[in-house]
Design a protein around this ligand. Sequence first.
Ligand SMILES: NCC(=O)CCC(=O)O
Ligand SMILES: [Zn+2]
Ligand SMILES: [Zn+2]
Length: 344
Amino acid sequence: MHVAQFLNLNDGTPAVEVGSVLSGGYNHPLLRAWQNERQLTKNMLIFPIFISDNDDDETAIESLPNIKRFGVNKITAYLEPLIAKGLKSVIIFGVPLKEGVKDAIGTAADDPNGPVIKAIKLLRKTFPDLYIICDVCLCEYTSHGHCGVLDDDGAINIEESVARLAMVALNYAKAGAHCVAPSDMIDGRIRMIKKGLLANGLANKTFVLSYSAKFSGNLYGPFRDAACSSPSSGDRKCYQLPTGGRGLARRALKRDLDEGADGIIVKPSTFYLDIMRDASEICQDFPICAYHVSGEFAMLHAAAEKGVVDLKTIAFESHQGFLRAGARLIITYLAPEFLDWLEQ
Ligand SMILES: NCC(=O)CCC(=O)O
Ligand SMILES: [Zn+2]
Ligand SMILES: [Zn+2]
């Protein structure tokens, strides 16, 4: 019996109508590629690198699979094959390991002989086409491990923090960084950084990529192992956003654009796709970057090791999700793997 008769559809309409059939639109691999709002490409990948002040350092980080901390004498040999495979950009995190180098204002952050400034100069010279982003924060360099300068009562001193962060950003730009990315989340630093760059003739040469929507939470643990940057007391909840703070994130995104950000970061990524979507509306004329943070990366590896997921498949699924939500750049520890996977 015809299905229309069986269902008592006596009006002569077929059971499946013209507009019901979507599958004809994606029944071929090429058609599925056409459905992607954006295809993941090598240009989108930004690889985090940890540079310590031990020049010969090459240390594996247990909680960050396949990721090592390098000294300046070891980093170029590590990056060379990745750049040959198409890596276009890195974001540098400095790690001071030497005894006594951390202080209240994070002097080591922009020490001319410190790891970040040395790495910027070395990478600019060795890899002229590599785009160099520097994370700008104080937490790796302060004795208290907070992201700014503190008052006596332990609260962030906004004025002093912002001034110090702008100084660090300017020194990175002067050393040759193409982009500075302030991750501290302290109010007003984007405007001050822009002012400093402008006053020194560097505003037109330096991209300010603001961590505008950075949430405090449980996903930064492996990074803190790598960068040795856990706060010695308290937490970062008074400057990083609370998990439920969608409205705060929207306000921070608008504020940072007003202050002159050239691009923005949403961090972490997987659990904050709504924020990424918000950012793609609020910052629609700006590049939006997802930061797939250390805890997210470690979770994917752990699940893959347990056989719960396939690493490559889940990596594409998660990163494709960031693009779908509106991101156009991705800071990811999976960059080396993607360079291989995107060749296959
Ligand atoms: N500013 C960098 C971080 O706070 C952590 C990133 C990560 O967990 O990968
Ligand atoms: Zn910090
Ligand atoms: Zn941070």
